[in-house]
Ligand binder design. Sequence first.
Ligand SMILES: O=P(O)(O)OC[C@H]1O[C@H](OP(=O)(O)OP(=O)(O)O)[C@H](O)[C@@H]1O
Ligand SMILES: Nc1ncnc2[nH]cnc12
Length: 182
Amino acid sequence: MGDQVQVLDGSDDDLRQAAKLIREVPDFPEPGVLFRDISPMLADGAALNAVVAALGRGLEFDVVAGVEARGFLLGAAVAQAFGTGVIGLRKPGKLPEVADRVDYDLEYGSATLELPADTLQAGQRVLVVDDVLATGGTLDAACRLVLRAGAGVAAAAVVLELTALGGRARLDEQDLRPLLSV
Ligand SMILES: O=P(O)(O)OC[C@H]1O[C@H](OP(=O)(O)OP(=O)(O)O)[C@H](O)[C@@H]1O
Ligand SMILES: Nc1ncnc2[nH]cnc12
């Protein structure tokens, strides 16, 4: 259907197996979008382990920030595996108290991300985690929330980079760490 997913660290056999579990769904959530669904990958214990280990490997960070919604699943798992806390960067209207918010454009629509109050501390090194990098709007917004709080971005780690959408260019200031690309 679409192009084949490449595993950027070819020596990681477990990650190679995990990559096979990504499904392609044409015309979701709207016509013309080829949606890469990582749900089967997350549902497989060995695959989830491989992905979580690879997302944090070699990085030094004090806290993880996961982007709603699939970044919550990955971010919490990475935080637990590496012994840090996790912060959920949320879509609007969910938080009782908001420290900051950023509006951004998506491949299909526009969105807002909010940082919960009393979570991130100035000077912390933050590993920003999400599932997919597409246009880069989401990850860029997440990094901006971190930086505006006076914290630092240790890296922006994603499972899958969709290279055709050019999101990497929006993050040129950040250390972008995709595990897979297509
Ligand atoms: O690079 P971008 O163009 O910003 O796109 C990437 C974002 O799009 C998807 O989120 P979505 O808003 O569909 O939310 P979900 O995780 O809640 O399903 C995905 O999980 C990323 O967060
Ligand atoms: N094509 C896509 N597949 C999966 N998640 C996405 N997020 C934005 N675009 C996406």
